[in-house]
Design a protein around this ligand. Structure first.
Ligand code: HSE
Length: 434
């Protein structure tokens, strides 16, 4: 059979990794796909690097629209990133009847509904394994491997940069800025690293996982996002002493009154597998009613790990290219006309447990007043530590049982107004993952 023809948009870290993997493993990939997969044209805004690799072997230019309109091309790989031009090119490729493979989580988290609707109408596939957790086949697992289950929750470390930063801060006591610079040098960070450290990149990925797990439309605008920029070394140390590690988690949970969709730092018990995922590695735990908890672990960023997912998508598309579009796996795991309209809960309505730290005058009655405020809001304490700071001043750390966030916020506000409390209350959520 003749090769399937691929056009590559973008030739950065993942683009060149994709070319390397596809070339190195060409024979095995063809045996799996049923035919060869051939990159026949490359377009990038800055073609110099691609030109130096391909020379005269392939057309390489900056005509992105020309590539997505090229009648010879069956599949477009979108690796230019960003939202504006990428959206335009993906929509044009779909309109031209091309299948699309993309690693662009930001694009799908924001415009996925429009993109999947257009693709369904045109009968083309939009595959995005590389958009979530790099090389880990988490999309395939949720969309196909776990289809028997009613999924209850998904929780994961889905940003390598922040996990690398938190690991280095904990293990080597290094400051945040030093480790961020190192992550950028190693190529883990997004072009705009604020997407990593503010939790936006993880929220893009979590939004897609929530849609796949619960069969809901893509709703990035409803996600609660809190990054690691305000995290203090002191809390990493306290967490460690209490038997926890702080991780930036993406969590989505089915609740009776809606779905939780949230990204934030969280204390995770140190003995949990997720707490032991270090460096730029990613891991996702999925809890289904039939299977229980399953864990997926691997490289979440980098050239060839991400290329592994891109090429897997290329093989899938190649295998299914000639099938009836109505019989293909739906983009979001559920049939488009069967997506549910379930409410995403505001952060004040989520339920979890909490770590609270604040500074008080060390005198009689202080703890009694604090615990009364918590009791009045039905917030139950699971552990408490007092540490002498200076003469007459102490740090109090309280761990709570599960409580409603809105109640915890009100309690924090009341604690902060007590005359003997000399700092704001640092609040970090805790996830026992059980
Ligand atoms: N910046 C991302 C990360 C790259 O650090 O995980 C992969 O999406």
């Amino acid at each position: 059979m003749s090769p399937i023809k691929v056009g590559l948009l973008g030739f950065g870290v993942v683009g060149s990794g994709t070319y390397s993997v596809l070339t190195r493993n060409a024979e095995e990939i063809a045996r799996r796909a049923g035919r060869s997969i051939e990159i026949v044209r490359v377009a990038t805004r800055t073609p110099a690097k691609a030109k130096s690799v391909f020379g005269e072997a392939l057309p390489v230019d900056n005509d992105l629209a020309g590539l997505v309109s090229d009648p010879e091309i069956d599949i477009v790989i979108e690796l230019i990133g960003g939202e504006t031009l990428a959206r335009e090119m993906v929509m044009l490729a779909i309109a031209n009847g091309k299948h699309v493979v993309t690693a662009n989580k930001a694009l799908l988290a924001r415009y996925g509904n429009e993109i999947f609707a257009a693709a369904s109408k045109q009968g083309v596939m939009v595959a995005f394994e590389a958009a979530v957790a790099g090389g880990i086949p988490i999309i395939k697992a949720i969309r196909e491997g776990l289809t028997a289950n009613r999924i209850q929750w998904v929780a994961g470390i889905i940003n390598g940069t922040t996990n690398f930063i938190l690991s280095e801060m904990r293990q080597r006591g290094l400051p945040f800025e030093t480790v961020l610079a190192e992550a950028q040098r190693l190529g883990y960070a997004e072009a705009d690293p604020t997407f990593d450290i503010e939790g936006v990149d993880a929220a893009h990925k979590l939004t897609l996982l929530a849609s796949l797990a619960f069969g809901i439309r893509v709703q990035f605008d409803k996600a609660y996002i809190e990054g690691i920029i305000n995290l203090e070394q002191e809390d990493i140390v306290h967490a460690e002493r209490l038997g926890y590690r702080i991780k930036l988690l993406g969590i989505t949970k089915r609740r009776p009154d809606g779905i939780e969709l949230r990204v934030h730092p969280a204390l995770v018990p140190a003995q949990k597998l997720l707490a032991n995922v270090e460096g730029a590695m990613n891991a996702v735990v999925v809890k289904g009613d039939a299977i229980g908890e399953t864990l997926y672990y691997g490289a979440g960023a980098g050239a060839e790990p991400t290329a592994s997912a891109v090429v897997a998508d290329l093989v899938d598309v190649t295998r299914l290219h000639t099938t009836d579009p109505g019989h293909r796996v739906p983009h979001l795991a559920f049939q488009p006309n069967a997506l549910a309209d379930i409410n995403i809960l505001p952060i004040s309505e989520i339920r979890t447990s909490y770590y609270l730290r604040f500074l008080v005058e060390d005198r009689p009655g202080v703890l009694a007043d604090v615990t009364r405020i918590l009791a009045d809001k039905s917030i139950s304490i699971s552990a408490m530590v007092q540490e002498q700071k200076t003469e007459g001043a102490a740090v109090i750390i309280i761990l709570t049982h599960e409580a409603r966030e809105g109640d915890v916020n009100q309690a924090i506000h009341q604690i902060e107004t007590l005359g003997f409390v000399h700092s704001s209350v640092t609040r970090i959520r805790m996830e026992n993952l059980s």
